[in-house]
Write a protein that binds this ligand. Structure first.
Ligand SMILES: [Zn+2]
Length: 587
């Protein structure tokens, strides 16, 4: 990739405030009509799908199914590359360029995906997922027919150069037929307008969301606000059909619009980072804008060491990535003593920084394996991003968890991924802290000076939603991760930050989490500088404890959560504004 191109990609990734891995759950984007039948001169060659409207990114239902398939590893490497591209927004795809596949690899991958998706449609999956897979299959089959025609055309041109112009015309006509009237209703045309709903629908949906947020979760209103709300609901495919369909789409939308908002605000007023952590019921914001982390070991394009570098730490073997081809810095894969991670590492810790950046993995480092060679590359990878984006995800995962908590049914708390996803990010934060404390001390010192308060605030916020017995979890993932995170060895990293951040004024409090306890599964106790006592999960005497105790964005026990039935009924009554409704009257 040329330098210019790399810079463009990086600029765009900053602009959209996400990492490409994250794009797995990023979707939406407008799909202009002009993508269809956008004829390229035949001699451009190689990139046939640009002739066709590529399928839009999946809706949340389809995404869930796709994520399971990715976790199960059912796709070939080429299939995964194409799927990952499919998960990008149209805009991101334009910036990132075509997937790195030659024409035959691409043909095989589209065929493979079409077959798998077709098989899924026979199964018991949500209708919206099925609709999406039908659209992708149609598009891919059409692309395949087109590709075949194109190859035939190419051969004819070689054989009969004198007939080129005529053949070209024929070809063009057939493409016009293909991309014009033959377009199926609901096959992607509707993606650009959010599924056929008008802006009025989304405005009504936003009024409803804001009533719910004001009552239940003020932070939601600060994130999905007046300025970005309609576009955000549309982009993240919130279904404005009913109050229920809106509410079910908000966990993802809060997370993703949250990324977008932070990304936008970090580029203004000379900031290097920006995090909206919460809004209080009065609308006051709890926000942080720490300066960029700087070490001589900064990753390819980002401040501070690459987050993928935590794969080269002392902890990775305990729960290594599993089935993650992109995790080239991981010396281990498959089950460790605490299981394995079959999903998140693949998204967030792939790739490696360029040569010379990782300096700690040498003889003398306790986890050094002389048989393992550290890879390097100059490409942009999600895992190249530094702590700033590790923290950004931690913030948004904590918002997702808050919303899950606020809307869960205490009688049947489900078994969502919210809690173990949060633990995954906790463990990565702790591993980052351990690695920089031991190996990149300048970065640790900078962190303590500029980032500790933001970190401890989010830590306190997230644990408040973790410490909620009625919100269920997936035991097979959660139990292992909880042991790792609350092990003295790793909890000591957080305790150490608390004590350093207080700058000599630290006064030890007591542990605030009620339903969780510190466990020490391996007898590996804290080995760092002396602490005031055993590390606490959330310390009543520190910044995280302050936050946990006061919960400035509001806190409700499950049985005390405000009733939002009034707003649900008002939305579902479908009355105009004049009639006292939200304005979603059926025309
Ligand atoms: Zn995210």
């Amino acid at each position: 990739m040329s330098v210019v191109c790399r810079i463009t990609v990086v600029a765009v990734l900053f602009l959209i405030g996400l990492n490409s891995a994250d794009a797995r759950h990023h979707e939406g984007g407008t799909r202009g009509d002009n993508n269809f039948g956008d004829m390229r001169p035949p001699n451009r060659g190689g990139h046939m799908p640009t002739l066709l409207g590529p399928p839009p990114p999946p809706n949340p239902e389809a995404l869930e199914v796709i994520e399971e398939l990715l976790e199960e590893g059912v796709f070939s490497d080429e299939g995964v590359i194409l799927i990952e591209h499919l998960l990008l927004t149209i805009e991101e795809r334009e910036e990132v360029g075509e997937p790195d596949l030659d024409e035959s690899e691409r043909a095989n991958a589209t065929g493979e995906i079409a077959n798998i998706f077709e098989g899924l449609m026979e199964e018991d999956i949500p209708n919206r997922a099925s609709e999406y897979f039908r659209m992708v299959v149609d598009e891919y089959r059409r692309a395949s027919r087109h590709s075949t025609r194109r190859a035939e055309h190419q051969r004819r041109m070689e054989e009969q150069a004198e007939q080129q112009a005529e053949q070209d015309d024929d070809n063009r006509r057939s493409e016009d037929d293909d991309s014009g009237g033959g377009k199926k209703a609901g096959s992607g045309d509707e993606a650009g307008d959010g599924g056929g709903f008008s802006d009025e629908h989304y405005e009504a949906a936003l009024r409803f969301c804001h009533d719910v947020f004001e009552t239940l979760y003020p932070t939601g209103k600060a994130i999905i606000n007046e300025d970005n709300g309609v576009a955000g609901l549309k982009q993240w495919r919130v279904d404005p059909t009913s109050a229920e369909s809106i509410l079910s789409g908000l966990a993802l939308t809060i997370h993703e619009v949250g990324h977008g908002l932070d990304g936008e605000l970090k580029r203004t007023e000379g900031r290097e980072n920006y995090y909206l952590v919460a809004a209080t019921p009065s609308g006051a914001l709890i926000e942080f804008d720490p300066p960029g982390l700087t070490t001589p070991n900064s990753s390819d394009y980002f401040q501070g060491i690459s987050r993928s570098a935590i794969l080269l730490d002392t902890e990775n073997h305990k729960r290594p990535p599993d089935g993650c081809d992109g995790c080239i810095l991981s010396p281990h894969s498959g089950d460790g003593e605490w299981g394995s991670d079959g999903s998140y590492s693949n998204l967030y810790l792939n790739g490696s920084p360029e040569e010379g950046v990782i300096t700690h993995y040498t003889e003398g480092f306790s986890a050094y394996d002389p048989a393992f060679t550290v890879s390097t590359n100059n490409s942009f990878d999600s895992g190249d991003q530094g702590y700033g984006m590790l923290f950004e995800e931690t913030v948004q995962y904590s918002h997702s968890l808050a919303w899950l908590y606020l809307t869960h049914d205490p009688e049947s708390g489900g078994a969502s991924s919210g809690k173990h996803a949060m633990l995954q990010w906790f463990w990565w934060n702790q591993r980052y802290l351990k690695l920089v404390r031991e190996q990149y001390p300048d970065e640790h010192a900078f962190f303590v000076e500029h980032w500790a308060e933001a970190f401890l605030t989010v830590w306190g916020q997230a644990w408040r939603y973790m410490d909620t017995p009625t919100l269920n979890y997936q035991e097979d993932e959660y139990d292992d991760l909880l042991e790792l995170v609350t092990d003295d060895l790793m909890l000591g990293e957080v305790q150490y930050v608390r004590e350093l951040a207080a700058d000599g004024a630290y006064s030890r409090g007591h542990d605030l989490t009620a339903s969780l306890s510190v466990v020490d599964p391996d007898g590996n106790t804290w080995t760092g500088p002396q602490l005031s006592g055993p590390p606490l999960i959330v310390d009543s005497g520190s910044a995280d404890g302050d936050y946990f105790d006061s919960m400035p964005e509001g806190w409700f026990e499950p049985e005390d959560r405000p009733d939002i039935t009034e707003f649900i009924e008002k939305y579902d009554a479908r009355l105009s504004l004049e009639e006292g409704g939200y304005g979603n009257a059926s025309d």
